[in-house]
Every structure is written in structure tokens, then in C-alpha cells.
Ligand binder design. Structure first.
Ligand SMILES: O=C(C1CCC1)N1C[C@@H]2C[C@H]3C[C@@H](O)[C@@H](O)[C@]2(C1)O3
Length: 130
């Protein structure tokens, strides 16, 4: 119905700002674009569902998120992909894993701080009844 569409429009505006704010943070630069298949030929043999912040911005515009929980599920995917593909004790892998955990924790903190729990509940109701 029309009120539900108004709620989802407001959700998309909110999620675009969260996504843009994360993408502006230079700590998260490595998460802003898909891993390049040519630079990393084995990546998609190991990581079955690649995800990145630019792809998430596109998913917002294609109405693929109906609540903040669904958005955070893709943030979690960016994080777990990075932990799984970069598991070693060498300093480069450790930096990537630290940044991945910081991305996840920052996204959860922004949404907790800036999203009304009643609004998220309303979005969950729309999602669960569709
Ligand atoms: O996992 C990632 C990205 C970090 C979060 C996503 N990559 C896999 C490669 C391993 C490591 C070093 C470079 O070879 C660079 O190409 C990548 C990109 O980082």
C-alpha cells in the first residue's frame, strides 16, 4: 500500500546516507569496490558471494533492502568474506581482518545510533508480510 511505499522510500534515503558515510572513510577503501577478478583470479573460487559497498548502494536503488537488518546482513558478508579470504598471520592479512571487523562494528553502531527501533520494526513488518 501507499504508506508502506513511503516507509520504504524513507528507509532507502537512510541506508544511502549510512552506505555513503562508510564509503567516505578511507579505512574502508578496500571494501568500496568488488575484488577484481583479473587481479585475484582465485577469489571467486573461494568466496561464493562477493559483496562491496558500491554493490550495496546499487542494491538500495533496486529496492533490494526492505529493512536495516537486510542491509546489515550484506555488511556481515563483506566482513566474513574478508576474514575467509585473508586468514593468515602475516601483517597484510591482519590489517584486512581488523578493517573488516571495524567496518562491521561501525555499521552496526551508526544504525543503532541513528535508526528509530519502531521504524525498523515497521520495515520488518512490511518485509515479513511480502
Ligand atoms: O579480500 C580482498 C579485499 C580486501 C577486502 C576485499 N582482496 C583479496 C586480495 C588479497 C589482498 C591483497 C591484494 O591482492 C588485493 O587484491 C586483495 C583484495 O587484498
Amino acid at each position: 500500500e501507499e504508506e508502506e511505499e513511503a516507509t520504504l522510500r524513507e528507509l532507502r534515503i537512510f541506508l544511502r546516507e549510512i552506505c555513503a558515510k562508510l564509503a567516505r572513510n578511507r579505512t574502508f577503501y578496500i571494501f568500496t569496490k568488488p575484488v577484481d577478478e583479473e587481479e585475484v583470479p582465485d577469489y571467486r573460487e573461494i568466496i561464493k558471494e562477493p559483496m562491496d559497498l558500491e554493490s550495496m548502494m546499487t542494491k538500495i536503488d533496486k529496492h533490494e533492502y526492505e529493512c536495516a537488518q537486510d542491509f546489515l546482513h550484506d555488511i556481515d558478508l563483506i566482513c566474513t568474506n574478508a576474514l575467509e579470504y585473508n586468514p593468515d598471520r602475516n601483517p597484510e592479512d591482519k590489517v584486512i581482518r581488523h578493517r573488516a571487523c571495524t567496518l562491521r562494528d561501525t555499521a552496526y553502531a551508526y544504525i543503532k545510533a541513528e535508526m528509530d527501533t519502531d521504524f525498523e520494526e515497521k520495515c520488518r513488518g512490511i518485509r515479513d508480510n511480502r
